[in-house]
Design a protein. Sequence first.
Length: 284
Amino acid sequence: MRGPSTLVRVVLATLVSVVLMTADHKAAHLESVRAALSTVVYPLQYAVHLPIRAGAWIAENLSSRGDLIAENERLKVDRLRLQARLETLATLEAENRRLRSLLDSSVKSAEKVLVAELLSVDMNPFSRRIVLNKGRRDGVYAGQSLVDSQGVMGQVVSAGPFSSTALLITDPSHALPVQVHRTGLRAVATGSGASDSVSLSHIPNNADIRVGDLLVTSGLGGRFPHGYPVGRVTRVQRDSGQPFADVEVEPSARLERNREVLLIWFQGRGVLLDSTYRPTAGPR
């Protein structure tokens, strides 16, 4: 036995739907039925939407995590850049202090000064020579005195067009006329070959010199201005069997630590210039 045709079923369902909607609209008789159906269908709706919500949550969290990772990497790069900049600023600040100290030290000793940088250092353990980045085109000449903010360093022995070679006072072949600041005793300081000492030649055993005495340039020879610090006496050894005392001096200049040095021009008459004169640094 066959039932109603499909068309008849659709027509009947449509009529029933229209009647139910009209009745519900007029008197809301199906409100309780709708609520019951909503309660029954809610778990199914939740289950259907759960994968969508889970996907959205995962995408949001992954995106947030990716953003955090990217931001963290960016902050790391910024921190490294800032650290590099701070290191550069610290280096510039230290260099500025050294240059100020150099220029301040030249006020009473020179009529013209020129800051030079070290290009290289002689690696021979018994030689104390340095190469500077200033040469004849900057006015540098052989025999020119070389100082830092603390004391005498040495003198230029050869000058090329763009660079020059200087001999430090600790070199065994270097000799420097000095005098004891306390007594005025004159002597000659010669290099020992060591990086931190020079010795005084031909000091009689009965000479008035003792540990702690300051030695300054005597101005003799016209190479160095008078009265510039050379070093302090660290040892005085007297031997009755020897005609001269053994005197060691620690240089005042930072011979092994300087990156910049000062080339000076002075009047060359063994006297200091007027302290009110302000020297001008040459080009770097």
